[in-house]
Design a protein around this ligand. Structure first.
Ligand code: SAH
Ligand code: SF4
Length: 399
């Protein structure tokens, strides 16, 4: 049987060319309208098909009952709806679900779904989505960073993670009774989303779109290590919540933990965060959360907390303390619960709303910052890094 190639970029597709099928998953509303225009169809077909794909999880054009028979046949010939391939999935007792996807080229990326504590059927379910294979930024406490950067994900590979997560609740449910269960999305999986800007913004637009996943803008969060120029662009392009991975209250320490700080130091980062919260229109006030990973004896002292209070004093934000998730050869330990609470008290007393992230899904290795980790390493960075850590430990031992 001859394989029909699937083409991601609609610009390159001639719908008359029956040797190539266009993947409709991840196409924007405008791209889809154009696609239907090329087929001689009205633009509203785009929103009809979007509803089938994103709200009912339907991929078979013959099940899209409000399309004419002729259009169903044409679509079946020229188009397809293909999410990334699920290589592995694991559903944990506490409701946490994890998928490892194999994306074009054989790379692996990971997605994790974390339910609210009560794990109610229709309760909050947060999906942690990846935006790149690996990451170029090499933060010293992050296992993704240790793998190096492989490639950007396409919109279909990004939105496909959300599609598959919702689909996992739809099996055996009649089409008309299906509904999406994922309530919140955080772009906190592998990769730096602002370094894969267009595909990430296109995917988030589909998350917010009423004909797409229809998520509320407060429930879609992009997490960044601080790519300052892109933060200004983001504020103009889309209205989502922003999480900033700060992790250190001064430049000296942040340069060490989050090396991109050398390019975009704290002063610039905080200015960009302020501008994100207050854009020109006061009704557009956006939400910013500061993420702070708690590393034992590295960034978790009372003095660090006081510096943080001072740094953030003019920025309306919430602070989220993340207990460090250890991984093999990591040169850090997790701060004790007592330390995390003492740190949080200082922030609370200074008037900040401060939460401590619960680590969930530990039994399936699904805690944030752990994504894929051991599954793939196509670069030499992890090996070089492990060698460096062992050398440092040896030299410490010999002194
Ligand atoms: N690149 C983006 C988004 C992906 S990382 C960013 O850095 O924000 C998602 C979050 O997990 C970030 O806040 C990151 O700092 C945190 N993280 C990474 N490694 C971690 C670890 N080992 N333990 C706890 N949090 C970690
Ligand atoms: Fe990349 Fe984020 Fe990990 Fe830093 S913390 S290496 S930016 S994924």
């Amino acid at each position: 049987m001859t394989q029909i190639p699937v083409i991601q970029n609609p610009e390159t597709v001639n719908p008359q060319d029956l040797t190539a099928k266009t993947n409709l998953l991840g196409m924007s509303k405008a791209e889809l309208s154009q696609f239907f225009a090329k087929l001689g169809e009205k633009p509203f077909r785009a929103t009809q098909v979007m509803k089938w794909i994103y709200q009912f999880g339907v991929t078979d054009f013959y099940q899209m009952t409000n399309l004419s028979k002729k259009l169903q046949e044409t679509l079946d010939k020229v188009a397809t709806v293909i999410p990334p391939t699920v290589k592995f999935k694991q559903f944990s007792e506490d409701g946490t679900r994890k998928w490892v996807f194999e994306v074009a080229g054989g790379s692996l990326v990971e997605t994790v779904l974390i339910p609210a504590d009560d794990n109610k059927q229709f309760g909050r379910k947060t999906l942690c989505i990846s935006s790149q294979v690996g990451c170029a930024l090499d933060c010293s406490f992050c296992s993704t960073g240790k793998q190096g950067f492989e490639r950007d994900l396409s919109p279909s590979e990004i939105i496909g993670q959300l599609w598959v997560a919702n689909q996992s609740y739809m099996e055996n449910v009649p089409v008309t009774e299906r509904e999406n269960r994922v309530t919140n999305v955080v772009m906190m999986g592998m990769g730096e989303p602002l370094l894969n800007y267009e595909p990430v913004v296109a995917s988030m637009s589909l998350m917010l779109d009423d004909f797409g996943f229809g998520l509320s803008k407060r429930r879609v969060t992009l997490s960044t290590s601080g790519i300052v120029p892109k933060m200004y662009e983001l504020a103009k392009d889309i209205d989502v919540a922003l999480a900033i991975s700060l992790h250190a209250p001064n430049d000296e320490l942040r340069n060490e933990l989050v090396p991109i700080n050398k390019k975009y130091p704290l002063k610039e980062l905080i200015a960009a965060a302020k501008s994100y919260v207050y854009d020109e229109n006061p009704r557009h006030k956006k939400h910013v959360t500061i993420e702070y990973v708690m590393l034992k004896d590295v960034n978790d002292t009372d003095e660090h907390a006081r510096q943080l209070v001072n740094l953030l004093k003019d920025l309306p934000c919430k602070i989220n303390l993340i207990p460090f998730n250890p991984f093999p050869h990591a040169p850090y330990g997790r701060s004790s619960n007592n330390r995390i609470h003492a740190f949080s008290n200082i922030l609370n007393q200074a008037g900040f709303v401060c939460t401590i992230r619960q680590t969930r899904g530990d039994d399936i290795d699904a805690a944030c910052g752990q994504l894929v980790g051991q599954v793939t390493d196509k670069t030499r960075r992890a090996k070089q890094w492990q060698e460096k850590v062992s050398k440092t430990l040896q030299s410490k031992a010999s002194h």
